[in-house]
Design a protein around this ligand. Sequence first.
Ligand code: FDA
Length: 312
Amino acid sequence: MLDSASKTFFHLIAHSQTLKKLASRYGMRRPVSFARRFIAGETVAEAIEAARAVEARGMAVTLDLLGESVLNLDGADAATRDYLAMIDAMIASGIGRNISLKLTQLGLDVDKASAIDNLRKILERAEPAGFFVRIDMENSPYTALTLEIFETLWRHGYRHLGVVLQSALYRSENDLETINALGGRVRLVKGAYKEPKTVAYPKKADVDAAYGRMLKTLLTSGHDPAIATHDPAMIDLARTVAREHGIAPDRFEFQMLYGVRRDLQTLLVNAGYRVRIYIPFGREWFPYFMRRLGERPANVMFVIRGILGEAG
Ligand code: FDA
């Protein structure tokens, strides 16, 4: 993780509409294909091709059609239609049936009821076909609302639905207890957003410590736990906790992002663990890409080399 000032910088850039438009126009095109390391492409076909390659390496996938902060209901409806088409394309392709999505992409900023309706439409198509749908967690203004929507749909019987908790937030350990008690499935992450210290740990060491505590709780009393991190210390801890509590490797999974720590992904698969790769794609890739740059200085150099034509 970068220091707080750099994270703020990338957070601000991520929200620049002008840069977003420019990036969407040029970022994926050769020779400036610098975003390709983290994003599978702009189309479902490209994402499916990437998923096939990941599955050939012995890993599972979740596909994420990038998009967030949709500002009107037409945009939210279009995103919903795109998700439905993506589900159909995934079924036809035969790849693993697992998707991730964001509620602001489905209109949460515009109208909560419409966002829930859109999510229901997706679930109605996805669940009977055996898909699992993960609601990504966005920044802290959406935490309570996201968990409330998850819980409501869960109580309405949607069981192929899971949520994400961020160890960076003070509230998350309590949220984990609540979701475990409900029987819900959690993906545990550190948190990708710049947050105020009123709601989140300002120091990385505290975020890591909370991740360690939550990881233990999730593995020992969670349901189908997903340990989503590239941090070797956290991965070692998960392996130790599992061993000490007699939790078999097929009772939980590690999750990592497309293009990040491929070496570690392979190492875990070879050691007999389940690994799922989060494959993002689509034209709205810019904010996601900026969050990945904000996490690691080396990525910025990678992009600069890409712009100068040295990296593919
Ligand atoms: P940490 O940041 O401590 O990094 C540990 C090591 O991993 C680094 O030293 C480096 O080697 C490697 N690494 C990490 N990030 C890298 C990068 N961008 N490029 C190259 N190497 C990198 N967040 C969120 O807020 N809501 C969500 O819904 C999700 N969903 C999600 C799904 C999945 C499958 C994953 C893996 C992650 C998320 N995240 C997320 C992102 C998460 O919150 C976090 O920002 C990143 O995973 C980076 O944190 P790490 O746990 O990897 O540790």
